[in-house]
Design a protein around this ligand. Structure first.
Ligand SMILES: Nc1ncnc2c1ncn2[C@@H]1O[C@H](COP(=O)(O)OP(=O)(O)O)[C@@H](O)[C@H]1O
Ligand SMILES: [Mg+2]
Length: 420
């Protein structure tokens, strides 16, 4: 069959690798794809937000399966649209995507279904006074979240009362995040260590994928501004059976039960952003798709035929599948451009020595220019490696990080260090 994969980052390169390896996949199209996916299928400039164009493309290329990488098309209802055309799609409809698209909705959902999460209140733009009063009743620091999509930038952790008030006004009255911030969630700060848990659902049952930990800050020791992700490891060494059992019982099970109770048909990936605080898991947020850069360590650990798995999702028979997970660890280190996430230069030639061993390169921000591959973004490429131990995997990712060269190369040298 012909498969269309929506997206163009490292996540989609990792998914494309899995899909292209399936004997069931005749032709893979990636929209828009990247330099890395170009060797696994055909990149196409198709825009996922133009449903008419998607319709034309899917028709003229006999697409039977559409896999949606990023959240935006899902929140906009691409999956509903494709379902209406009887095309298999991996990703929830608009209703399910609200779990990511509206933090107000997600937190209310957690509350209704008794899912462990930080204490919170939601406020609208005309409720600045009571929002401040509620924030004043919490101890510092205080977490303030724009309810709508904000490309990972809509959460502010306020260290002072002044900061808290300014942020409330900034979002509710000064349009800091446009419409996304016209409703805010104020919540209690939870101290702990974060991890990501993933499930794949067909609307009837679900399977848990390998868990992961990602590193968002630009600087070592988790300092400096947030990025699209600087590295990841899977599985998380501290996530033992007891913790995973608690996460399943207190978060995953009640979520899928809640979706059924609210008659929200959820198929596709569901990401649980977990904070482990004194050994107890709390749900920080849902994402209606896989994470990036977590995908660059999770998919390489999956031994299943991805297309077979996805078709089982479409048939509502995920219960017949068993997720086969490679033993050991997978790690990825992201190479970025000097200056990222602020200003950085593009167009620097990248050299990948052909002596590079034991590593898979997932492209994020690169461009083919004649015979050369050049930098074309902030995050350039993720260097993924396996190992029997976390140390072994990391040493391979880091050996590659040293060997790949481009002007202004930067990477964090402490990925996974906190876990050893
Ligand atoms: N209640 C909380 N306590 C402590 N840190 C939090 C809390 N909520 C969010 N954070 C931090 O802010 C980050 C972003 O919040 P999240 O809810 O994941 O929103 P998004 O990913 O949409 O920006 C989290 O990864 C976490 O580091
Ligand atoms: Mg998050």
């Amino acid at each position: 069959m012909n498969v269309l994969l929506i997206g163009g980052g490292g996540r989609e390169h990792a998914m494309a690798l899995g899909i292209s390896r399936s004997p069931l996949c005749k032709k893979l199209y990636i929209a828009p794809g990247n330099t890395g996916t170009a060797s696994l299928g055909e990149n196409t400039p198709l825009k996922a937000d133009d449903f008419n164009d998607v319709y034309k493309f899917v028709n003229s290329n006999q697409i039977s399966l559409v896999v949606v990488g990023p959240e935006l098309p899902l929140v906009e209802g691409l999956a509903d649209f494709l379902n209406g055309l009887n095309i298999a799609v991996i990703g929830p409809g608009k209703g399910g995507a609200r779990l990511e698209g509206s933090k107000e909705f997600a937190k209310a959902f957690m509350d209704t279904h008794h899912i462990a999460t930080a204490d919170f209140h939601t406020f609208q733009s005309w409720e600045i006074g009571i929002a401040k009063a509620y924030a004043d009743s919490l101890s510092l620091p205080i977490v303030i979240k724009a309810s709508g999509l904000a490309a990972g930038k809509g959460v502010i952790i306020c260290e002072t009362r002044e900061d808290t008030h300014r942020t409330i006004e900034g979002m509710l009255s000064d349009n800091w995040f446009g419409l996304s911030g016209k409703t805010i969630v104020i919540e209690k700060f939870l101290k702990g260590i974060e991890m990501s848990v993933f499930a794949l659902s067909d609307g009837y049952s679900y399977k848990i994928f390998p868990n992961a930990k990602d590193y968002k800050r630009i600087g070592e020791g988790d300092t400096g501004p947030n990025t699209g992700g600087m590295g990841a490891v899977s599985p998380v060494p501290f996530a033992d059976d007891l913790l995973m059992q608690k996460i399943k019982e207190r978060i995953i099970e009640p979520t899928f039960k809640g979706l059924k109770a609210e008659e929200i048909f959820y198929s596709g990936f569901l990401f649980f952003g977990i904070m482990v605080s004194e050994g107890e898991p709390y749900l920080l947020e849902y994402n209606c798709r896989m994470g990036d850069p977590e995908s660059e360590v999770v998919f390489p650990l999956i031994e299943n035929d991805l297309v077979e798995l996805f078709m089982a999702v479409d048939a509502g028979r995920l219960d017949t599948q068993e997720i086969m997970i490679k033993p050991g660890f997978c790690t990825t280190v992201m190479l970025v451009s000097q200056g990222y996430p602020d200003e950085y230069e593009k167009g620097k030639a990248i050299t990948v020595p052909n002596t590079l061993r034991d590593v898979t390169i997932f492209h994020a921000g690169t461009k083919q220019e004649g015979d050369e591959i050049v930098t074309n973004g902030g995050r350039i490429m993720a260097l993924t490696a396996f190992g029997n131990t976390l140390e072994e995997a990391l040493s391979r990712s880091y050996a590659a990080a040293e060997l790949v060269q481009f002007e202004g190369k930067y990477y964090r040298r402490d990925i996974g260090k906190d876990l050893r």
